[in-house]
Design a protein around this ligand. Structure first.
Ligand code: AMP
Length: 341
């Protein structure tokens, strides 16, 4: 009997609860330090203990997961802790397209895929000398949302870089991506694409609650100026959101175009969950600054289903459960190969 496995972090509870609800055996690969926490939940059948998440690459761990006939569900912590190179050679079946994870991590490939999908993206500046509007500069490689700064002209940019270097946040080797800063409201669109039904589902929508940027508005501007506070974007949690219904038509188009583009550029495309991350500007136009090519932690809000998953599936359909349902259908129809890489 096949089992569903994931690493103990990010959205593991939601994924394994959903797998259990669909009748699967569930396996958690957890750090020993978190074992006590995860044992509080009765829907986890097997525990594979590691000292470090990278240990999932070790033969004795992959062997245990193979004995459990596990399908591994990738998530954000899996990518950041195990690393793209390792994931590409990991000798275990992974749900979704493991090759597209590199396109999520590499800023140039990411931009290429977004451009191919036709979604609007912020202007990118190749050199700091070209900065002529409010920009956000991002250090390469996700650093938990802390390696960012805003600047409005080259002088401003260089003074931030100097401060970052002085504070040890960046070195001379680090590369910054400079993007136009879109003033508006950030929105995260959570999708599921079923290759078995050839259908896209909008699953949920959230916004992130980020420190310290979401706290800056609580400090009077006079004090902000004096303290010279810079925004950081470390995600602390997520809040649910519904969009004006008239915006949903375009939201489906954005998702479908992304699925089409990913099939062309990174076969087999984008089976399973993904997320388009952007800002609605002052004209109500969606401008995407990122995508995630796997389940995002914002889906944890909807462990009992979201307003949108309710419309498609009825009650209690979480993203984790939707993944398990797709795998179950693949097993029944002998089409599992369309879902795994
Ligand atoms: P990221 O790591 O690219 O997801 O960005 C972290 C946060 O920075 C996002 O949640 C947004 O709040 C903000 N952000 C990133 N890029 C932009 C942009 N081009 N315009 C406005 N805000 C942005």
């Amino acid at each position: 009997m096949k089992s569903i496995a994931t690493l103990g972090s990010h959205c593991a509870l939601q994924v394994l609860k959903g797998a259990k609800d669909e009748g699967f055996k569930t396996v958690l690969v957890t750090k020993t330090s978190r074992e006590k926490f995860y044992r509080r939940f009765n829907f986890i059948d097997e525990y594979v203990l590691v000292d470090d998440f990278k240990d999932v690459m070790n033969d004795n761990i992959t062997q245990k997961l193979t004995e459990h006939d596990s399908i591994l569900i990738p998530h954000g912590t899996f990518i950041s802790e195990v690393g793209i190179e390792n994931i590409e050679k990991l000798d275990l079946p992974i749900f979704g397209n493991r090759h597209i994870l590199r396109w999520e991590a590499d800023r140039e490939l990411k931009t290429q895929l977004m451009q191919k999908s036709g979604v609007s993206i912020p202007k990118t500046f190749n050199s700091p000398e070209e900065i002529d509007c409010l920009t956000i500069s991002k250090l390469s490689g996700a650093r938990g949302g802390s390696g960012y700064f805003l600047s409005k002209n080259p002088e401003d940019y260089y003074s931030h870089v100097e401060k970052f270097k002085k504070d040890g946040i960046m070195t001379d080797e680090d590369v910054l991506q400079i993007q136009e800063y879109i003033v508006g409201v950030p929105v995260y669109l959570q999708y599921f694409y079923s290759p078995l039904k050839n259908e896209l589902e909008l699953f949920g929508i959230d916004k992130r609650y980020e420190t310290n940027v979401d706290g800056l508005g609580r400090i009077p501007s006079i004090d902000q100026n004096e303290l010279k506070l810079s925004p950081t974007y470390i995600v602390i949690g997520n809040l649910p959101l519904v969009l004006r219904e008239s915006l949903l038509v375009e939201v489906y188009d954005i998702g479908e175009n992304f699925v089409t583009a990913s099939k062309e550029l990174v076969p087999p495309g984008m089976p399973g969950p993904f997320c388009m991350e952007g800002v609605y500007d002052s004209h109500g136009k969606f401008i995407a600054f990122e995508f995630s090519a796997r389940i995002v932690a914002g889906t944890n809000i909807f462990t009992t289903g979201s307003p949108y998953s309710y419309l498609t599936h009825g009650a209690n359909m979480s993203m984790g459960r939707r993944i398990a349902l797709e795998i179950k259908t693949g097993i029944k129809n002998q089409t599992l190969d369309k879902l795994l890489t």
